[in-house]
Design a protein around this ligand. Structure first.
Ligand code: NAD
Ligand code: DAU
Length: 359
């Protein structure tokens, strides 16, 4: 029987990778892609599936309760996968309110609509599932001095940025809907994704873009902050496995013990980009240490034991392989980069970096 997925934020980085992954993997499915198309959403990401009748796009704001309700009346969704969010920490420091709106109230609007549509009249919800795509940032920060400590699903939430606070609040609503109404939910909390179609405001695509243009590579603070890198396709596979096989009500951390500090990442990008294009002007001289991000979390590190034990998931792509593939993708898709940065990107970039003092 055809399974119908509501995928929100399916024109963004991870969401579009997920749509492409699912249509490639499963023959008999229908995906209704619900996206507001903010600066981060781009239908160019989905060009390769143009004309595929299994994919339907609806430009809808998840905060618009009436339109979200209409979608549940139009389609008989088996599941919701909520990627839609404001996702960039620096922007959340500038303008927290929109993060509260989309990430918290948007999630509540989806939960309400799913509960109302799926309730079978006797408090049951059948085989439906609501999956919330969350983040390791809800756990706060780990110490560089204790490299053997990791985030577990039981680690208390301790978010620091307006972005992570909004994601943590959303998680609490998801769990509250499970406890209060019995809604079948899962939450996945993954580490930093990288790969194709990531908007060039995030570390990796920004550094590749700037290196190619011989622009400075702004590293925040001392560059020793650590992130746990996950190739986006491995993340998509994990979500598919949670939808298919997880016990409902469970939270899963998704990461692959790929911890690297920002200095390493930027140097690696310089080395690989320089080699790929044979441009000797791409050197470490481009690195500029700039003023630190406010409240900058020092280290993230995921313990992925539960998803491995329960579902057999593990990341297939090592960082060394994934980063080369990713840089190659940005080199081969410079038109995409130009396209997504043609709007108010320059204004954003000036605002973010124009005022950031050299450290
Ligand atoms: P992104 O910013 O690339 O994409 C977000 C998408 O959501 C865009 O297509 C945007 O148009 C859409 N959107 C924004 N507001 C909306 C609204 N009100 N209604 C409907 N659509 C809206 O984000 P991403 O990096 O792909 O992240 C996807 C999800 O994964 C987010 O929930 C994020 O918190 C989470 N996450 C991301 C990472 C990462 O490394 N990128 C890691 C952990 C968790
Ligand atoms: O951990 C998961 C999170 O990863 C997701 O929940 C977020 O949606 C996603 O944006 C990402 O957050 P980060 O803040 O970790 O990603 P970002 O790419 O913005 O930054 C990665 C690291 O690089 C961080 O330590 C800040 C630093 N940085 C970032 C930029 C953009 C720089 O040093 N210079 C930069 O120009």
């Amino acid at each position: 029987m055809t399974k119908t997925y509501m995928v929100t934020g399916g024109a963004g980085f991870i969401g579009s990778n997920f749509v492409l992954y699912m249509l490639g993997k499963h023959e008999d499915i229908q995906i209704v892609n619900v996206d507001k198309l903010t600066y981060a959403g781009n239908l160019e990401n989905l060009k390769s599936i143009e004309g595929d009748s299994r994919h339907v796009f609806r430009q809808v704001d998840i905060c618009d309760r009436r339109s979200v309700g209409d979608l549940f009346r139009e389609f008989d969704f088996d599941c919701v996968v909520n990627f839609a969010a404001e996702s960039h920490v620096d922007r959340s420091i500038e303008n927290p309110a929109v993060f509260a709106d989309t990430n918290v109230l948007g999630t509540v609007a989806l939960l309400n609509a799913a509960r109302d549509a799926w309730d079978d009249g006797s408090g049951g919800f059948g085989d439906h599932v609501y999956l919330q795509v969350s983040t390791d940032e809800v756990y706060g920060s780990l110490s560089l001095d204790e490299p053997d400590t990791f985030f577990h699903e039981t680690t208390p939430l301790n978010p620091h940025s307006p972005y992570s606070a909004s994601k943590a609040a959303a998680d609490m609503f998801v769990l509250a809907y499970a406890d209060t109404y019995g809604l079948p939910v899962n939450i996945t909390r993954c580490s930093n994704n990288y790969g194709p179609y990531q908007f060039p405001e995030k570390l990796i695509p920004l550094m590749v873009k700037n290196a190619l243009a011989h622009q400075s590579l702004p590293v925040y603070g001392d560059g020793k902050n650590v992130r746990d890198w996950l190739y986006v396709e491995d993340h998509c596979k994990a979500i598919d496995m949670v939808l298919e096989g997880a016990k409902r009500g469970q939270v899963y951390n998704i990461g692959g013990h790929n911890e690297r500090d920002n200095n390493y990442i930027v140097r690696k990008i310089i080395e690989e980009t320089c080699a790929a294009v044979g441009d000797d002007a791409i050197t470490e001289a481009l690195i500029t240490y700039v003023e630190d991000r406010k409240g900058h979390d020092r280290r993230y590190g995921i313990a992925p034991d539960k998803i491995k034990e329960d579902l057999g998931w593990y990341p297939e792509t090592t960082f060394e392989v994934g980063i080369v593939k990713t840089i190659r993708w940005y080199l081969d898709n410079q038109e995409w980069v130009d396209h997504v940065t043609s709007g108010d990107y320059q204004t954003y970039y000036q605002r973010m970096y124009g005022s950031r003092a050299q450290a």
